[in-house]
Design a protein around this ligand. Structure first.
Ligand SMILES: Nc1ncnc2c1ncn2[C@@H]1O[C@H](COP(=O)(O)OP(=O)(O)OP(=O)(O)O)[C@@H](O)[C@H]1O
Ligand SMILES: [Mg+2]
Length: 269
């Protein structure tokens, strides 16, 4: 792969300790969407479930371990999944990396620095980091590395805890000098027919204002795409989860809107 030296890679971390809120779906959708827009994208799978590979029709591989535990060059640990789109795949062996981070002093900072340095050396415009639904040292490392953090969340009562936990962790690492440039919330699996959902969305906007991005509706097409080895842009580019839902004659939310917001962040760097 051609190396472009001296370039900075923007790190976008997708975090929420809560399970099943759309982290991996959002990672794959934004990663593939940015790649289609001509950005050189690396998706980093820091969840040992290895779902990123499966969603992009790639075999599970120990990429994270190869790179950070066996100290292979990043170039040898990544896999190209589409034009402009590479993944650093994860699997169970990612646990070894967690142990290494734990055993080293400033392990999280070191991991964060190396990710930024190595991704930049390969000329990536952006690295999108997907995390497991737990607070582990990889989550801390990925939040330290982040320029921007996107928190996908469902809008049920108990889902708000997950958001609060990420914000708390961001505050803690901020106190250690690792301030992110911005964080945003992305309501996912949005069911606008449910009163509770609407109430939670209003509460979230009341406390977080414009940091709350327009929601992604629950859409059966989103669940179908990965089983066919396709991204939503390939499988159903005009579905409501992409184009938004119609409200008073206007379309609201959708991954196309989210993608434009991320592109605007990248242009602002
Ligand atoms: N907008 C949507 N409409 C319908 N289904 C969705 C939508 N977003 C995600 N899903 C489905 O919800 C499930 C959970 O999504 P996903 O795997 O992205 O969540 P996650 O936060 O990464 O989960 P985990 O915490 O286990 O890693 C998947 O089956 C996915 O296909
Ligand atoms: Mg996931």
């Amino acid at each position: 792969m051609k190396q472009k030296r001296g370039k900075r890679t923007v790190i976008l971390t997708i975090a929420n300790q809560k399970g099943g809120v759309g982290k991996t779906t959002t990672t794959v959708t934004l990663g593939s969407g940015l790649a289609r827009e001509g950005q050189k994208v690396l998706i980093v799978d820091l969840d040992s479930q290895g779902h990123i590979s499966r969603m992009l029709a790639q075999p599970k591989q120990p990429g994270v371990r190869l790179w950070y535990y066996d100290e292979e060059p990043l170039e040898r640990a990544i896999v190209q999944a589409r034009e402009n789109l590479w993944i650093l795949p994860g699997d169970k062996s990612t646990d070894k990396v967690m142990a290494r981070i734990r055993d080293e002093s400033y392990g999280e900072e070191q991991f964060a620095n190396q990710l930024k340095e190595h991704a930049a050396a390969l000329g990536f415009d952006v690295a999108i980091v997907d995390l497991a639904p737990s607070l582990n040292n990889l989550q801390v490392a990925a939040l330290i590395a982040a320029d921007y953090v996107l928190i996908p969340t469902r809008l049920r009562f108990t889902d708000m805890d997950g958001v609060q936990e990420v914000l708390k962790t961001l505050q803690q690492i901020g106190r250690h000098g690792h301030q992110v440039s911005g964080y945003f919330l992305l309501p996912t699996l949005f069911d606008r027919g449910a009163n509770e959902t609407i109430e939670r969305l209003k509460e979230l906007v009341a406390s977080q204002g414009a940091r709350v991005w327009p929601p992604i509706v629950q859409d059966v097409r989103v669940g179908e795409a990965p089983g066919r080895g396709l991204t939503i842009w390939e499988y159903a580019p005009t579905c409501n989860a992409v184009l938004g839902y119609v409200n008073g004659g206007k379309r609201v939310g959708g991954y196309a809107d989210t993608l434009q917001r991320v592109l605007a962040l990248l242009e602002g760097v």
